[in-house]
Write a new protein. Sequence first.
Length: 305
Amino acid sequence: MTAIANLRLETDFVGDLPRKGTAPMAANTLIQGKTLVSLNAAGNAVAPTDGDGFAVYGVSSATYDNRTGSEAGGLAGDADVEVEFGVFGFAYVSADGVPEPGDKLYVVDNQTVSVDSSGGARGFAGICSEVRVNTVGTSQAYLWIGPHVAGAAGASAGEFKSIDIGMSPAFADGTANGIDPTVFGFRFNNAVDDQPFLTCIALPPDRDPAADLVITASAYIIDDATDDDVVMVLVARVDGGADVAPVSTTILGEAAADIAFAIPAADVPAGSKSLYIELDCAATLDTSDAVVESLSMRSVKTAAA
């Protein structure tokens, strides 16, 4: 879509903080009133279950019946569910630990949450605001719920993590690759194939084991576009194991470009603790140095139909 030069008529304002939303229901689904509602991989509303991995969308405003044989019809999309966003009290699994303000909470069932993500298998539910006894004498965790909350917490599109490059050795022109403060990044010499960029990062304990890991490097060549045979290559190792090597075919140029290296979920088993990264140029730089100015990691889960 291109830029427009007149008043934009399609800008919808949902409020400083959205309060309600709707979503099509999954096939053969019953959602009870005032319970947690998740969206499955196809974007349809379901009653969450332990280990389904689906993030909570909101709290149902009423009971919605889209079961087979119901008046709605029973097929996916035959009915919509209306949900509310905000702070709601729900039961929590005390054996997993008592939630504290600021904790991410994960869904166990349609009325229960936990501080334990179960190795990333449980879907994100919300952020804890407090734990207190409600009006009927039950201790509950009060959590902030909604797609805006999931997005801010990194639960909708995956966990983002900046990768620190500040612990690398110093750059020396013609002799050593490393950090160069003049370009604010890790710099590769064109005159010597000295060493790659190396780092090891901790994987989030609540990472979804069904999601791919994507390492993104912003890189470019200094002052010269003649090095058109050079690409960036990334090699990774999970928990010190065998190499997984997603090789980029992106050609480096003068303008900084984001180069994405996808590591399949199958190469990162559930419970993995760390990721070792080795980033280098695939061919000798001809006349100019190359720079990696930033790196980040996120987890991405491909939506099912």
